[in-house]
Design a protein around this ligand. Structure first.
Ligand code: NCD
Ligand code: ZN
Length: 345
């Protein structure tokens, strides 16, 4: 049995670091494990221009210990008013790594999101020309579509058309949750990839109602039936270069989760690598772990692989029931459980 695994330093290709006191509370968890992270722009107000992104990047670096070796990769929140030239300039200047498409009202802080992605054709054409990835929250928002079907319907109605009309545009379908999404990405062109969160590998929708309503298992896209979890899991451990790690760690204070209208988002940053590694171990796919966490994403984005390594060892890692205190107390994913691997610092 393998009890120790040393791999190239990994990256998180989808994380919410928030701002202010919450940023101070969560940033180090991500920087402790990952060399780089694609930072989501859904602040209030959202990060839609280069000046806001530069200022946010500085706040992130200021929230980290001085010796942290971590690079935040910034994203531009697309709105109906997105401007191709401004986005291309900010990409060339090294400010924006990618653009994020939130369909309007799909999720937390997405009220400014895009009402019709095809009206942004000039922006997408420019991104395609300069090799700038489009990151997609892939859910339709129609109220008449069942919430458990919104991703599959997005793939069918929107994503398939996007791939057809922008054949050279790099697209990352974020946090996939369904067999339909996994199959579409798997069978799609090399320009199409997907991130996968720990929770969508580990829990199914029963976790939302396990003996009562479980707000800490609620995120968007919402976890699906078991057959979908198995399909997403198979994709992650398949060895396909199209799938890579994106935690979608999305902290909300306990009061905002445990509420009559609780926020979507699972805070999985503190033990993300341990959670992913346990999945690969259970699947007998330890040999596929390094590509998923440290190589596939960088290659897709066209960025260099990280130098340096990290080591994880088999061992009991108890996950606290709560992390932090006061205004930034958070319930982590796997709260109160014990994971079977530990990141060695
Ligand atoms: C995210 C958040 O809270 O910002 N929530 C979530 O459930 N994943 C938004 C998002 O990525 O959808
Ligand atoms: Zn997210």
């Amino acid at each position: 049995m393998t009890d120790r695994i040393t791999i190239r330093r990994p990256d998180d290709w989808h994380v919410h670091l928030r701002d202010g006191a919450m940023l101070q509370a969560v940033a180090a968890h991500t920087a402790r494990q990952f060399a780089r992270a694609i930072v989501m722009p859904n602040l209030t107000p959202p990060v839609t221009d280069a000046a806001a992104a530069v200022a946010y990047r500085e706040r992130i670096m200021a929230a980290l210990p001085a010796d942290a070796d971590f690079t935040p990769l910034m994203t531009c929140y697309l709105t109906d008013a997105a401007d191709a030239a401004a986005i291309a300039d900010a990409h060339a200047a090294g400010v924006f790594t990618a653009c994020k498409l939130y369909p309007a009202h799909a999720t937390t802080n997405s009220a400014h999101g895009v009402t019709d992605i095809f009206r942004l054709a000039p922006v997408l054409e420019r991104m395609q020309a300069i090799g700038m990835p489009l990151l997609i929250h892939g859910e339709v928002t129609d109220r008449d579509i069942d919430i458990f079907d919104r991703e599959a319907v997005f793939v069918d109605r929107i994503l398939s058309r996007l791939v057809r009309e922008f054949p050279a545009l790099k697209i990352v379908l974020e946090h996939i949750t369904t067999a339909e999404a996994a199959a579409f990405v798997s069978e799609g062109p090399a320009t199409l990839a997907a991130t996968i969160t720990p929770q969508h590998l580990i829990i199914n929708r029963n976790a939302l109602f396990d003996g009562g309503l479980r707000p800490h298992a609620y995120c968007l896209p919402v976890v699906k039936r078991e057959k979908h979890r198995l399909a997403v899991r198979a994709a992650a451990v398949s060895g396909s270069p199209k799938f890579f790690l994106g935690t979608d760690s999305a902290p909300h204070v306990v009061g905002a989760k445990e509420s009559g209208c609780g926020c979507a988002g699972i805070f999985n940053a503190p033990f993300a690598l341990e959670a992913y590694l346990r999945v690969f171990d259970q699947e007998g796919a330890l040999d596929k772990f390094e590509a998923f966490v440290s190589e596939n994403g960088a290659r897709f984005y066209g960025l260099p692989l990280n130098a340096g390594t990290i080591t994880l060892v088999r061992g009991e890692t108890p996950v606290p029931t709560i992390i932090g205190q006061g205004d930034t107390a958070l319930v982590p994913f796997h709260a109160g459980e014990t994971l079977g691997w530990r990141l060695v610092n």
